[in-house]
Write a protein that binds this ligand. Structure first.
Ligand code: 5GP
Length: 486
């Protein structure tokens, strides 16, 4: 049986793609090479491979072929606005982009002469993590074979990325992969280092990027170039801000203290604001950006990094996001009922205060305090402050900051059960399940964490760090002292 011309092209394309996917090239190069082979096999004009950020809000280009720099720097694509069907796992075909309202930057697409688009999801562990799109300069109807080919290329790209991420994880501190439990919040991934810019234009930009990483604040480097002046349809002046911070929806241009540069940048910024009034942009010196991060809860003013903290595991906004989701689940599960929240002092203060504000049910709160007596061989837990009101016949939800061995929680649950509540469940912000000695049922879990001592957001080390708006690990020096004392 004769195979069609396009099937032959697809076979050759896949052979090439599989070969490069197996190579040891940097991930960005592999993805660009896949984009090139895909463009050729489909006889298209260009192709891009894009990744979703951890909050699943926007897509950024990780590899591309046949597209101009200004097209690639058109800005982050909002995932829910741009061909959202792909995020549901579907292959989406657009015959004529100028007539499609799901195209986010129609003017830029027009300039790039893009007419048709075929997009397919990149799927890892049944979850869409990105997209591959091919573009043509003429209207095109796509066949089932075209769609199947692109979906296959998407699958190969996703597997290639997963391998690169795994490699990165194994080569960083977190050697133990965290159990995959999709309903849990996990330590959010930063973009794989191989997808980050290989160099920065200025050392201060690299320093700023490290600070953003420290606070786990997502960033994109120079994702968008804004045309400022045009003469007979040619752009004569552009402005490309250094960073975009999606969580704050803010573009940032860093500046040194050189007055001549500041004046020029200020002029460009004024022009940019006139032309693009919807854009939020700031010109920042180093002390400005420390102040800005502090304003959004990313560390104290004047100190680039918090003394004693090695790494931020969960930023303020990541915690807020997770707390709101848990509160929604609780409100749904206990709809129509009255809930008694019981917290154990003191570590739970931030979580409890935050969580209860987002629960849309009538609640009352109770606090208990406990202390540990004894030596290393035998420790006894004692209640030093008991409940103020009866919980008999009530729906009780224990709120915990962290469950480690499970001993404390087991003891408190046994104590509470003797009061015969109507129901008794547990909600913990952090679950260090690898250290569990006693099985305790956890109904709601914020984040699963590895075997690390963490502080912040209520959790302390020797009474300190409770006021940090994020959760982080201690520096090795402090940690050693903690282990010696254990
Ligand atoms: P468990 O009885 O589950 O072993 O321990 C629970 C208690 O130990 C928590 O309520 C908390 O006070 C303390 N704890 C366990 N792990 C950590 C940690 O990583 N950081 C801090 N600050 N306290 C912890």
């Amino acid at each position: 049986m004769k195979t069609s011309k396009s099937e032959n092209g697809y076979y050759g394309g896949l052979k090439q793609i599989a070969k490069v996917a197996n190579s040891t090239l940097p991930l960005r190069r592999i993805l660009s090479s896949i984009a090139k082979s895909t463009t050729k096999a489909m006889r298209a004009n260009g192709c891009s491979i894009m990744l979703l950020n951890s909050q699943r809000e926007y897509l950024t280009v990780a590899g591309a072929y046949g597209l101009s720099d200004s097209y690639l720097r058109k800005g982050p694509l909002l995932a829910h606005k741009s061909l959202p069907g792909i995020l549901d796992g579907k292959v989406v075909a657009v015959t004529d982009a100028s007539k499609n309202e799901q195209i986010q930057y129609p003017e830029v697409a027009k300039q790039e002469k893009i007419i048709s688009i075929l997009g397919a999801p990149l799927i890892q562990n049944e979850e869409v993590v990105g997209e591959i799109r091919v573009y043509t300069h003429e209207p095109r109807q796509y066949s089932q074979a075209d769609k199947a080919f692109l979906l296959t290329v998407g699958n190969i790209s996703a597997t290639t990325m997963e391998r690169a991420e795994l490699y990165q994880m194994l080569s960083t501190n977190y050697k133990k992969p965290i159990t995959e439990r999709t309903e849990l919040g996990q330590i959010p991934k930063l973009a794989p280092s191989s997808l980050r810019p290989s160099s920065f234009a200025h050392p201060s930009e690299q320093e700023f990027s490290k600070l953003l990483d420290f606070y786990r604040l997502e960033w994109l480097y120079e994702p968008r170039a804004f045309p400022l002046q045009q003469e007979s349809n040619k752009v004569t002046e552009m402005f490309t801000p250094d960073f975009y911070l999606p969580e704050l929806d803010l573009y940032v241009e860093l500046t040194t203290l050189k007055q001549s540069l500041i004046t020029e940048k200020n002029r460009k910024l004024r022009r940019l604001k006139e032309l693009y009034p919807e854009i939020n942009i700031k010109l920042l010196t180093k002390s400005d950006y420390l102040r800005l991060l502090a304003k959004y809860g990313y560390g104290p003013i004047g100190e680039a990094k918090v003394q004693g903290i090695n790494q931020v595991l969960f930023s303020h906004s990541q915690i807020q996001h997770r707390v709101r989701t848990i509160a929604k689940h609780i409100s749904r599960d206990y709809a129509g009922r009255h809930l008694v929240l019981v917290g154990i002092l003191k570590g739970v203060i931030c979580f409890m205060a935050n969580l209860m504000q987002h629960i849309s049910l009538p609640v009352t709160v109770e606090f208990m305090a406990i202390s540990y007596y004894g030596d290393d061989t035998e420790q006894v837990v004692k209640i030093t402050k008991d409940l103020d009101s009866s919980i008999t016949g009530q729906d009780v939800l224990m709120i915990e900051d962290i469950v480690d061995t499970g001993m404390t929680l087991n003891f408190v649950l046994n104590h509470l059960s003797t009061h015969n509540p109507a129901s008794l469940h547990v909600c913990t912000l952090l679950d260090k399940s690898v250290r569990r000695l006693v099985h305790v049922p956890l109904k709601y879990i914020g984040f699963e964490i590895p075997d690390e001592f963490v502080v912040g957001y209520g959790l302390d080390y020797q009474g300190k760090f409770r006021n940090l708006p994020f959760i982080g690990t201690l520096t090795p020096e402090l940690l050693e002292r903690e282990l010696e004392e254990e």
